[in-house]
Write a protein that binds this ligand. Structure first.
Ligand code: IMP
Ligand code: MG
Length: 179
C-alpha cells in the first residue's frame, strides 16, 4: 500500500500532536453543556473520530451518519445522499459533526441543515482537513486540524475507490495508481 504513495503530506506524529490541541478546544468550548451529541460521517471520519474523541474527556454520545457524495472518482459528484434509514435523535441538543475533509463544503452544509431541521439547538462542525479552494456550499468548519492545497489526498480515513483509509498518515497517490 505504501508503495502507491507519491508523498506523505501530513505525518502520523504531526496529526497526533494537532489532535491534542483540537480536542482541548472542543473540551473547553463544550465543558458547560449538559450533553454533547457527536455525529461522525462514515466512512471518512472513522479514523479521525476514534483518535480525536478519545482525547475529549466529556460525556459524549456518538452516532454515525452514512452519507455519499463521491462515486468512485476523485471529484465530488455534487449530490449528497443520506443512506441511513434512521437518523439520530437531536431535538434540543448541541451537536458536533465530524468529517474527514471540507472540500466543496456540500456534505457539511447538507448534514448541518438536516440536523437543524431535526430540531438540533446548535450544530458545530469539525474536520481533519480543509482544502484551500472556493466552496460550492457556504460555510467553513468551526474546527479544522489542517489546511491543504486543492489536491486529492488519501489516508487517515480518506479513500480512493474505497482503499487507503487505513494509512496512518495523509498522503498523495502516485499518478500511475489513479490512472
Ligand atoms: P464535500 O462535500 O465536497 O466537502 O466533500 C466531502 C467528502 O468528499 C469528504 O467527506 C470525503 O469523503 C470526500 N473527499 C473530498 N476530498 C477528498 C480527497 O482529497 N480525498 C478523498 N476523499 C475526498
Ligand atoms: Mg467520503
Amino acid at each position: 500500500m505504501n508503495e502507491d504513495i507519491e508523498k506523505v503530506l501530513i505525518a502520523e506524529e504531526v496529526i497526533e500532536r494537532r489532535l491534542d490541541v483540537i480536542a482541548e478546544r472542543i473540551r473547553s468550548d463544550f465543558a458547560k453543556e449538559d450533553s454533547l451529541q457527536v455525529v461522525g460521517i462514515l466512512k471518512g471520519a472513522l479514523v479521525f473520530m476514534a483518535d480525536l474523541l478519545r482525547r475529549v474527556p466529556l460525556r459524549l454520545e456518538i452516532e454515525c451518519l452514512n452519507v455519499a457524495s463521491y462515486h468512485g472518482g476523485t471529484e465530488s459528484s455534487g449530490q449528497v445522499d443520506f443512506l441511513d434509514v434512521k437518523l439520530p435523535e437531536v431535538k434540543g441538543r448541541s451537536v458536533l459533526v465530524l468529517d474527514d475533509i471540507l472540500d466543496t463544503g456540500r456534505t457539511l452544509a447538507a448534514v448541518s441543515e438536516k440536523l437543524y431541521e431535526m430540531g438540533a439547538r446548535k450544530v458545530k462542525t469539525c474536520v481533519l482537513l480543509t482544502k484551500d479552494k472556493e466552496r460550492a456550499a457556504e460555510g467553513e468548519a468551526d474546527y479544522s486540524a489542517f489546511e491543504i492545497g486543492d489536491e486529492f489526498v488519501v489516508g487517515y480515513g480518506l479513500d480512493y475507490d474505497g482503499k487507503y483509509r487505513n494509512l496512518p498518515y495523509v498522503g498523495v497517490l502516485k499518478e500511475s495508481v489513479i490512472g
